[in-house]
Ligand binder design. Sequence first.
Ligand SMILES: [Zn+2]
Length: 326
Amino acid sequence: MAQIYRKKKKKRLRLKEGFKRFLVYSAILIAILIYAISEGIKVHKIMEYKKTYEYKINQIGYPLEEAKKISSTLNDKQLEVILTEGKYNEKYYKIISQKYFLKKNYQKYLDYLEEHERTTYEKTIALVNTHANEEWYSVTYDTDINKGYLILVNKYYHLKEDYQRVDLEPFSLSYAYGKFGENKAAKIVVESFDQMQADAKAKFNVQLMVNSSYRTYKNQESTHKYYGDKVAARPGHSEHQTGLGIDITSIQHGGGKSFGESEEGKWIKDYCWQYGFILRYPEGKEDITGYDNEPWHLRYVGKEIAKKIYDEKITFDEYYAYYVEK
Ligand SMILES: [Zn+2]
């Protein structure tokens, strides 16, 4: 009896050991399998990465940081052009890194750079964004009149002949020339100017005078006929037709170029943004605005935007292209 029992016990023991071995082998096999799969995934990932533009552009000599930004900014067609060139060219990264870069203008920036070797990236972006890379008036668009006090009127964007502001109000004759009602502007412009001239007078003893303001299409037609393209805007292209532009002058120093050197002119330059106005045709931006420096011509854009334009040292044309039209 005892012997049989021992045999049975031995058999059971063998079975148990066999099962243990089976488990160990299985575990090893599973570990190998997991390792192989993870390695496979790794290899697959590397292979997939090698197919990306980021990798390919990095491979032809672009630093990884640049390759990353270029491949995430441009479209496939544009990226293929860079790959075809086959070697590093700083212009691509420089262009897309500019503050006012707009994707839609990418090819135009490249074309402009190609034709103007001595220009800067910053200037290229500003000119192309505002269409000022084209001859004045050579391309023109109906401006969007639903933009409130952000209507853009310049040598490319115009108002229709029948455009008429409905909220025009006269300036007080205590700070406007001409007969009552001759100088008028959009209600908000009159109110803002009223506040500004009062502060200038009270705090700085500076008297601002409105010399010219709202003009109709017909007014502008005769102004343009008299002065020509060099000084006057073509009808429909004058900011004065928007009712948001005003020319100011100084009682002692008059208007014109010398206004910029007068107390009033200097005051305007420093403080007008606080009342929602900007200098519309500033010095050094002639090739963007299409006008000589006009220290007397103010444009109303509202306080927030006037501050932004003042802080960023850009023109309204640039502001509109980048922040409004996009
Ligand atoms: Zn003006």
